[in-house]
Design a protein around this ligand. Sequence first.
Ligand SMILES: [Zn+2]
Length: 72
Amino acid sequence: MSAISGAKCRQCQRRYHDRGAWNAVVERGVVVGVLCPRCQTPAENAEAEIHDATLHYDRDGAGRLIGRPKGE
Ligand SMILES: [Zn+2]
């Protein structure tokens, strides 16, 4: 998830670092924010693990973070 370095947790404003299961909040394929492991509910944490396994993070032409299914 190196593409989201510089992002901050939506809840506590902690700066993203590449440790732990941070959860990217994805709306219509665009990453609108991240949640640190501490601020996630257990369900969100499970979702983070799934996203990490299935999504590839990138930036589009406008610099927005996007999540694409792996394998595309
Ligand atoms: Zn947080």
